[in-house]
Design a protein around this ligand. Structure first.
Ligand code: MG
Length: 288
């Protein structure tokens, strides 16, 4: 569908099916990177793992060369929030590692991010006793906030419902854990389709405007970025890496989601989001 300034690209079901193929490549990248991550590896090593998955799938990278970005994934460690450039940095046990990855299949984009705490022998599962409790709480709260934002799409209200749900989920998780979290407000989720970043912006907090109505054919990347501190950020001199101004650790979770006539489907989750959205009372559409 042709769209102009201020309008949202609506996808046909056939186009969403191609986006699902891209989404599954992105899911494979995340599995491979998570399974291979070890202390002593560099972030460039993780980038190589991702590159291999994309090449094996016959897909292409949407990150590589994006406004000059020099790698296949973003690796953002500890106080780095997003857009970290893979390089010689050596990973250590106890690091909080965020990986943002994307892929393109037949011109259609997928985009997703995960965060894990690195243990002595690899990525730790949520709740692992080896993880610093504050880091574990941050990672889990950020993921929960992402799922809450995704679940809000199923109600087919307004776009702002997503940000409100993300904000509320972080408050609930914070009070349950006896902690407060900061929402990064300078960066947002986005529409996705024939390009990685499309309208509309998806805020991770409730805004004064309700935003556009959520409707069939919209594809959105929901991606809360959350810190153990204030949520204020700055960009490093490399022109990419975004870090917290207070040095607090940060997590980032993201999935690309499609709204279909009969419900929502998470394009970048192997199970289409069934497990986590089921816990929130949302049935997902299975495309495969
Ligand atoms: Mg994104």
């Amino acid at each position: 569908m042709v769209f102009g300034r201020g309008q949202v690209e609506l996808k046909t079901r056939e186009q969403v099916l191609v986006m699902r193929r891209a989404g599954l490549v992105v899911a494979d990248i995340h599995v491979a990177v998570r399974e291979s991550a070890r202390p002593g590896m560099t972030t460039a090593d993780l980038d190589g793992v991702a590159r291999g998955v994309i090449e094996a799938a016959g897909a292409t990278s949407n990150f590589l060369g994006y406004h000059g970005f020099p790698a296949t994934i973003c690796t953002s460690v500890n106080d780095e929030v997003i857009h970290g450039i893979p390089g010689p940095r050596v990973l250590r046990a106890g690091d909080v590692v965020s990986v943002d990855a994307g892929a393109v299949v037949d011109g259609w984009h997928g985009d997703a991010a995960t965060t894990f705490v690195l243990g002595a022998h690899g990525a730790l599962a949520p709740g692992a006793p080896e993880a610093d409790p504050a880091d574990d709480a941050l990672v889990r709260a950020t993921e929960a906030a992402m799922w809450a934002g995704i679940a809000a799409l199923a109600q087919r209200g307004r776009l702002n419902d997503v940000g409100r749900a993300v904000e509320m989920a972080l408050e609930v998780a914070g009070s349950a854990a006896g902690r407060t979290f900061g929402i990064v407000e300078e960066y947002v989720g986005h529409g996705i389709g024939t390009a990685m970043h499309q309208e509309p912006d998806v805020h991770n907090y409730a805004t004064a405007r309700r935003g556009p109505a959520l409707k069939t054919g919209m594809c959105l990347a929901i991606e809360p970025m959350v810190t153990r501190g204030s949520g204020a950020t700055r960009e490093l001199a490399d022109g990419w890496t975004v870090v917290t101004t207070d040095g607090s650790r940060s997590a980032h979770w993201e999935h690309s989601v499609a709204i279909l006539d009969e419900g929502i489907t998470v394009l970048t989750a192997p199970d289409a989001g069934a497990a986590r959205l089921g816990e929130l009372g949302v049935d997902v559409v299975r495309l495969d």
